[in-house]
Ligand binder design. Structure first.
Ligand SMILES: Cc1ncc(COP(=O)(O)O)c(C=O)c1O
Length: 383
């Protein structure tokens, strides 16, 4: 029996391992110099002024919501076509969550739907405080248009860029925060680069950055400027608000630094594999994701749409052949936790149709052409 081909996986080389070993033999396993190195590398890649490394993107979304003063009674809007963390972060802060339906060819939130919903919310006095657009599969949302709406209706934009390190929009790297207050990336092993678990927030807002640093470490500050009274001595610190331990370790950060050196290589391989899928699947009755020159996806996921009636059969067949395809995503509001807030089937029809048709095909740098050909042949034999 051949071994299983997953839908995504990390690519760890000897340099990554050597870098991690070096940290293990150093003085700092956490709160050491690798964190700043990693944050600087993220700033260089994205062009953002500040970066805050964290234990996960979920922690990043939570802290960003807190630092943006999202709280009880506020509304946070996001995409239903995402992992639950994009919505849960608002719930951690006690805010209400609502969902904007998607455009089927990108899986990102639909601007026309958003525009209409905002006009209605303005009439009803329930505009969102925060919008969390999700760059589904690594393709940026239409950030310039979202920014215009944000200005018109006075809400803040926080990019869920968990899938999108290495992507660019209008020629600018995702994470530059040109049209948003902050962006959050994930470094889970199936993502573009990995730190095991890990995440980062990028921003150009210094006050937000300082607040995020504090919230990452229990709400504690050692900066005399931030203290409420004179310091007792060099050991002294103050807890100024309720924060968390959401720190990334130096072990993770060092792995991240090493991985980031291969970011362009990873993205190039992903793009080459996507091009091969596109050519091979072009003649089949399968809908392929949209690609545009000024919106370069990082291609975290390659999601194709097949007729809904055949999806489960195709999925089960590929799984039986050791191709570990997946489905991204079950619309978040169909989760029992969110249904308890009154969301029912039919709330976002395009997201539900997408969910019924979607199959995520294997895509990761170490996937060989031969393995991809095997996947393509199996799909062709079914459709
Ligand atoms: C869109 C999106 N947002 C947030 C997250 C949370 O990332 P993490 O696993 O790093 O907490 C994920 C993880 O899969 C994701 O896909």
């Amino acid at each position: 029996m051949s071994s299983v081909i997953p839908y995504g996986r990390q690519d760890i080389n000897a340099a990554d391992i050597a870098t991690v070993l070096e940290v293990l033999q150093s003085d700092f396993l956490t709160q050491g110099p690798a964190i700043e190195r990693f944050e600087n590398a993220i700033c260089q890649i994205t062009g953002a002024r500040y970066a805050v490394a964290l234990s996960s993107a979920t922690a990043g979304l939570h802290l960003a919501c807190l630092a943006l003063d999202v709280g009880v009674g506020d509304w946070v809007w996001t995409s239903p076509n995402t992992f639950v963390a994009s919505a849960n972060c608002a719930r951690y802060c006690g805010a209400n969550v609502d969902f904007i339906d998607i455009e089927p060819d990108t899986g990102n939130i639909n601007l026309a739907v958003l525009t209409e919903k905002l006009a209605l919310a303005a009439q009803n006095g329930c505009l969102p405080k925060l919008l969390i657009p999700v760059h589904f599969s690594g393709r940026s949302c239409e950030m310039q248009a979202l920014d215009q709406l944000a200005k018109q209706y006075s809400f803040v934009v926080l990019e869920d860029a968990a899938h999108a390190i290495g992507a660019s929009y209008q020629g600018t790297p995702v994470g530059a925060c040109q049209y948003s207050r902050a962006s959050v990336f994930s470094f889970h092993p199936v993502k573009i680069v990995t730190t095991g678990e890990g995440g980062v927030i990028t921003t150009n807002d210094e006050a937000l950055y300082q607040r995020l640093l504090r919230l990452r470490s229990h709400g504690i500050s050692r900066d005399p400027q931030q203290m409420t009274r004179e310091s007792d001595g060099a050991w002294y610190y103050q807890q100024l608000e309720l924060g968390f331990n959401y720190r990334m370790t130096d072990i993770q950060a060092a792995l991240g630094c090493s991985q980031l050196q291969r970011l362009s290589e990873f993205i190039a391989r992903r793009r080459a594999l996507v091009a091969r899928y596109r050519t091979a699947l072009a003649e089949l009755p399968i809908q392929l994701p949209r690609a545009d020159a000024d919106n370069e996806s990082a291609w975290h996921l390659f999601v194709v749409r097949v007729p809904a009636a055949k999806r489960k059969t195709i999925f089960d067949f590929l799984r039986s052949e050791n191709i570990a395809v997946n489905v991204h995503y079950i619309p978040v509001y169909l989760q029992p936790y969110y249904q308890a807030f009154g969301f029912t089937t039919g709330y976002c029809m395009a997201s539900e149709a997408y969910y019924q048709q979607a199959i995520t095909l294997p895509l990761y740098p170490a996937l060989t052409d031969a393995q991809q050909d095997q996947i393509i042949e199996l799909i062709k034999s079914m459709i």
